[in-house]
Design a binder for this molecule. Structure first.
Ligand code: SF4
Ligand code: SF4
Length: 445
């Protein structure tokens, strides 16, 4: 089978050995869970319950009528003990519903399986929305919006993103091995929604067992296939994945739908399947708990709302005090400064890194070697963008397309002078986006 890839990128050590061969473990459920009302891109949900209310497992507890939003569901039965701002992994405080678990595990009567073939394809997005499904690879974009492309856009290809290219992460790998039927069913439901039979499951070549298993299952289905990707970071980036599989280029500022493609993460696919198979909304996810400080690294099935400190305790604690804790992959995940934050829908991993793993080398002067340019998967010029950003030259940032940066960190990773390029570019990108927005608003006025 030919191995597909994209231009640029880097090859960090994958660090997946400690968890890739271990089965997913069920994590105990805590006594108190926290459900932030903004776990997705778009309008925050508004509470549908108040302090003192009883909630059931799978019950919708918050929603918003806005189109780009997603409801939030309780992952346990119990009592609402607070509706108040609580810290979340992004570092902000977000309005949250706090539930005391009664351990009765009493399901909401609305949690009922549904045969997707009994629905019209156009009804699928509403069911997916009602189940609170968002992109679980970290992007947290509401999935029903992806399943409802704008008028004039025709989808002819669906790609399940099984690349999992960030070091340490193995949750998608384990999901593909342990619940492949859910992955296949989720993909079939999405294909049914679009009335097409062109479904791909794209997997990096460092997961040969998942490639073999899913290839065998896809061979029994019409229009499904596995694509083998070269192991390279950021192979799981949406634009890089689409190019590798279809050779189509998503235009700058455009969406996958502009080139006829929808991409969904592996666990998002299983969340869609589980909504139809069992009636369950998105109330749990698989989380990789790893890094050199973790006593017993593994993947855990965790209820959304579970505090990180509870997970770390149940996972056996630390062998040494971590230098840095990251939620998600080490290349793009946000660092954490407190452990009382909850697992949210987009949390793929908790990494507790040793001093050596988290080392930030001292910056040297730019050598003008061009490596950052060669490895940038978006064909940008990171050395100049970082320089413009540091000098506050936002016009040049805009001119040289800083907003196309996907913040993958390949430039910093590959730089021999250890220049903190992505850190500067991230700030410059935010300022450039603010400048563009201000100009657009002034033009409207
Ligand atoms: S400039 Fe942006 S897209 Fe390019 S390598 Fe750096 S972080 Fe990645
Ligand atoms: S890789 Fe580093 S040293 Fe080389 S051109 Fe880019 S910023 Fe300069």
């Amino acid at each position: 089978m030919p191995k597909l890839t994209f231009r640029g990128g880097v090859h960090p050590k994958d660090q997946k050995e400690p968890t890739r061969y271990k089965s997913i473990r069920e994590l105990e459920v805590p006594e108190v869970l926290v459900f932030p009302l903004s776990q997705h891109i778009g309008a925050p949900a508004k509470p549908l319950v108040k302090k003192g209310d009883r909630v059931l497992k799978g019950m919708k507890i918050a929603d918003n009528e806005a189109y780009v939003s997603a409801p939030v569901h309780s992952s346990v039965s119990g009592e609402v003990i607070a509706v108040e701002p609580r810290p979340v992994p992004s570092g902000q405080e977000v309005m949250s519903i706090v539930v005391k678990n009664d351990f009765a595990e009493e399901y909401d009567p609305n949690v009922q399986p549904l045969d997707y073939t009994s629905l019209s394809p156009d009804d699928i997005p509403a069911v997916v929305r009602e189940a609170g499904v968002v992109g679980m690879g970290g992007a947290t974009f509401p999935t029903h919006v992806k399943l409802s492309p704008p008028p004039g856009k025709t989808i002819d290809t669906v790609i399940v993103n099984g690349a999992e290219c960030e070091p340490y992460l193995t949750s998608d790998h384990r999901v593909m091995l342990e619940t492949p039927d859910e992955v296949i069913l989720g993909l079939k439901i999405i294909l049914y929604r679009f009335g097409i039979d062109n479904g791909h499951i794209a997997i990096e070549d460092n997961k040969p067992d998942a490639i073999d298993l899913l290839s065998g299952l896809c061979a029994k289905e019409k229009g499904l296939k596995v694509d083998v990707l070269k192991k390279k970071y950021p192979q799981g980036g949406e634009k890089q994945l689409i190019y590798a599989v279809t050779r189509r280029k998503v235009p700058l500022g455009g969406l996958p739908a502009d080139v006829g493609v929808v991409v969904v993460n592996v666990d998002t696919c299983t969340a869609i399947a589980r909504r139809f198979m069992y009636g369950t909304p998105l109330t749990r996810r698989i989380v990789t708990v790893a890094g050199g400080c973790i006593a017993d690294p593994c993947n855990y099935r965790v209820r959304i709302g579970t505090p990180v400190d509870f997970i770390l305790e149940k996972a056996g604690g630390f062998t040494e005090e971590p230098k840095k804790i990251v939620m998600g992959g080490p290349m793009m995940g946000p660092p954490q400064f407190r452990l009382d934050v909850p697992i949210i829908k987009g949390t793929s991993a908790i990494l507790c890194l040793t001093e050596k793993e988290a080392e930030v080398p001292e910056e040297g002067p730019c050598l003008r070697c061009g490596k950052c340019v060669d490895h940038c998967p978006m064909n940008l010029m990171p050395l100049y963008l970082a320089d413009f950003a540091r000098r506050g030259d936002i016009d040049s940032c805009e001119k040289y397309k800083i907003t196309a940066c996907i913040e993958c960190g390949c430039c910093s990773y590959t730089c021999p002078a250890k220049r903190q390029l992505v850190q500067s570019i991230r700030v410059g990108k935010q300022e450039t986006m603010a400048q563009i927005k201000k100009r657009q608003e002034a033009a409207k006025a």
